[in-house]
Design a protein around this ligand. Structure first.
Ligand SMILES: [Zn+2]
Length: 75
């Protein structure tokens, strides 16, 4: 069973998060809902579904946002 398949609530802020495996073998907490870029942006950092970090997105790119960025932020 892959632990990244099951969203769990963050202990700090209760948002649903996933742990995705990185190429390094570590797991990264990310927001459970996937990010879809609505416009090109050079500043947005996402983790692609293969765990690779990507800085800068083009409209339509899909990935995960590190939960370190969003923890505690009420949407
Ligand atoms: Zn949190």
């Amino acid at each position: 069973m892959n632990p990244s398949d099951k969203p769990i609530p963050c202990k700090r802020c209760q948002q649903n998060i996933l742990f995705i495996p990185l190429p390094s073998g570590k797991f990264m907490p990310v927001d459970a809902h996937m990010f879809v870029a609505k416009e090109d942006s050079v500043d947005v950092i996402i983790y692609r579904t293969d765990g690779m970090k990507q800085k800068g997105v083009k409209r339509g790119d899909v990935g995960f946002i590190s939960h370190f960025e969003t923890c505690g932020v009420i949407k």
